[in-house]
Design a protein around this ligand. Sequence first.
Ligand code: MG
Ligand code: MG
Length: 254
Amino acid sequence: MSLRKSATEVRQLRRAGAIVGDSLRLLRQLALPGARLSDLDAAVAKLIRSRGALPTFRGYHGFPASICASVNEEAVHGLPDGRRLRDGDLVSFDVGATLDGWVGDSAISVCVGGGTDSDRALVAAACEALRAAIAAARVGSALGDLGAAVEAVVRPRGYGVVESYCGHGIGRALHEDPVVPNVGILGVGPRIEDGWCLAIEPVITAGSGAVALRPDGWTVVTLDGGRAAHVELAVAITASGAEILTLTSDGELP
Ligand code: MG
Ligand code: MG
């Protein structure tokens, strides 16, 4: 099966992606000390539905909410429950929206109340790793080039990479082929073809990249209790380069 998307299909993904971009921008504004995660979840669900879309994550393999909110040592798939954010928390928000059968998926990490130097540096490294992976995502590149780009940013700073959670193809389904690892070797792996649409999403940690699953069955936490940052953008890769599909309606990064 071809993983290539047509220009018309990419347009659909861009429309879904803008709802995700706007949702993440809203979360960035609302992620203040005292904010309750369940309220942030409800605000995003309302925004997504107001745009005629559906929150992709709700019910996905039974997931109970519209967003993932992963706080501090939580790396991915954290639950937006009744907890309140506190000054100094590092929270990653992951949002999916389905519009007319096409899916947008993107994530940001936010230092609540401004954060410490070390948390800001961790988030900056995650964003830089994501930018490097996107820069490496060209027609003809190997998928290993993307993981290598992430590692080249992250490893010299002594951070860990969570290897067991990866990016993915995106289209009518949230998770399509191919798997897009956050570690890799230059030139190794499938070659990117014109029209591939990928969600690229490094998950990096202040300590070891080893993770475990909480008994809630969803929340992935670092084994050593160190903090994690998770950022994600969906891109369409064509001969003219990698276009980000999950910008806000204003065409900005969320
Ligand atoms: Mg995501
Ligand atoms: Mg994803």
